[in-house]
Design a protein around this ligand. Structure first.
Ligand SMILES: [Zn+2]
Length: 85
């Protein structure tokens, strides 16, 4: 009989942990959802004219101005053309 109480108690603690855990997961998901909103913001690569999500963009400051690129290669090529002109 005592064993049954222990099992029940263990189950309740397990459920409580799951509940608290799901609460934190929910909170984390809210934070990720906020990040997803930022992902939706698209920026144009000034070198290859491709649109990329802001968070995934390669950021580089050239002559005091910040540009967003799809890759490091585009950033390098663009800064090269900026330097030449
Ligand atoms: Zn590019």
């Amino acid at each position: 009989m005592r064993l049954l109480i222990y099992i029940l108690l263990g189950y309740l603690i397990y459920r409580l942990y799951r509940f608290i855990g799901s609460f934190f997961v929910y909170r984390d998901r809210n934070i990720t959802m906020d990040n997803d909103n930022t992902v939706d913001e698209m920026v144009q690569d000034p070198y290859c004219k491709t649109y990329i999500p802001l968070t995934g963009a390669y950021k580089r400051t050239i002559n005091g101005k910040t540009y967003f690129f799809c890759s490091k290669e585009c950033a390098d090529n663009f800064s090269k053309t900026k330097r030449d002109s």
